[in-house]
Design a protein around this ligand. Structure first.
Ligand code: TRP
Length: 331
């Protein structure tokens, strides 16, 4: 079977954007692929993380995976630092990737900001570690959102260059997997900005652990305009907040936008928001509750991670052994 790899960073609270844009898709892929789902803690520390907060966050992402429907018996669920092969392969890739390639990475430029000299070397080399994540398992497919496409492209370049340099047909050229209608969830306060854990306004995002009251309050306070909803997807000109809420409703209901608009087109926001609240509570409520329950049982979560880590390493270790041999290293 073909293999999927994907990772989620344990930094801050998980929100609706993480669920609709990533985790929900992971659940669906389990039937058709061998899936490796990783809590990428080594990526997290490319920027400062409080150690206790990091420990909590690793468990939270794991709980979200399981609560959303990832079966840790079927798929592999673990945190990156449990398998040393990621870091080992990343070092080799540091020696394959070119400075010029990394200099083009837009995410580094955004994250490093103006004070580039003060960014960690890890933040700069981040895409090499991501390529190592994927290629340590020779993963053939990676579900990616818009913002990670450039990193996956780099992973393909690294695989290609490695294969060329060593005259070996060793790594696959991993394909991106774009699933259905792209769900890009925007801030509830500003429809032009992505929903983000770093937004100072708590009202801008719905966290996966929010209960029904929080969900309802945040949707009620979500920014809108005073016009009725349009009847066609072309009718959102200059109305990013309206478009975002329709996109969220569509994703939560598993419908496309056309179908949603034929149902709610012409409605005023007060009525539409009531429906959206019902739908969001129906879908997210059980996930939040299950996350809370799992988080109360950290022994179980840790046992999932430890079992997943061992299974992950059983796949990657022979691949690394072959790679060391190809490169001329010995251990
Ligand atoms: N960089 C990804 C993100 O921030 C997380 C990630 C790390 C990842 N390694 C990966 C995603 C490998 C896909 C495949 O969202």
């Amino acid at each position: 079977m073909e293999r999927i790899f994907s990772g989620v960073q344990p930094t801050g609270d998980l929100h609706l954007g993480n669920y609709l844009g990533a985790i929900r898709n992971f659940v669906r892929l389990q039937d058709d692929y061998d899936c490796v789902y990783c809590v990428v803690d080594l990526h997290a520390i490319t920027v400062w993380q409080d150690p206790d907060e990091l420990r909590r966050s690793i468990r939270e992402v794991t709980a979200a995976f399981i609560a959303a429907g990832i079966d840790p018996k079927k798929s592999i669920v673990f945190n990156q630092s449990r398998n040393p092969n990621h870091a080992e392969l990343a070092w080799v890739f540091n020696c394959v990737a070119r400075l010029g390639w990394l200099n083009r990475m837009t995410q580094f430029k955004e994250k490093a900001g103006k004070n580039r000299e003060n960014a960690s070397v890890g933040l700069y080399a981040y895409p090499n570690l991501m390529a190592a994540d994927i290629l340590a398992y020779k993963a053939t497919h990676v579900p990616v959102g818009e913002d990670q496409k450039q990193h996956l492209e780099l992973c393909r370049d690294i695989a290609q260059k490695f294969n060329n340099d060593y005259g070996a047909d060793f790594f696959p050229i991993t394909e991106p997997l774009i699933l259905g209608e792209a769900t890009r969830v925007m801030s509830l306060r500003d429809g032009t900005k992505k929903m983000s854990k770093s937004d100072p306004s708590k009202l801008s995002r719905i966290n996966l652990t929010d209960g029904p009251d929080d969900i309802a309050q945040k949707i009620r306070k979500a920014r809108t305009d005073s016009a009725p909803l349009p009847s066609e997807p072309g009718g959102f000109e200059g109305r990013p907040e309206a478009e975002n809420l329709i996109g969220i409703y569509a994703a939560l209901s598993d419908l496309n936008r056309d179908a949603v608009l034929s149902e709610v087109g012409g409605m005023m926001f007060a009525d539409f928001k009531a429906r959206l609240i019902d739908k969001a509570v129906e879908v997210l409520g059980p996930i939040g509750l299950e996350m809370q329950r799992l988080l109360g049982d950290s022994d179980y979560i840790d046992s999932v991670l430890s079992d997943g880590g061992a299974r992950a390493r059983a796949i990657s270790q022979p691949i690394l052994d072959d790679l060391y041999d190809i490169v001329g290293l010995a251990r």
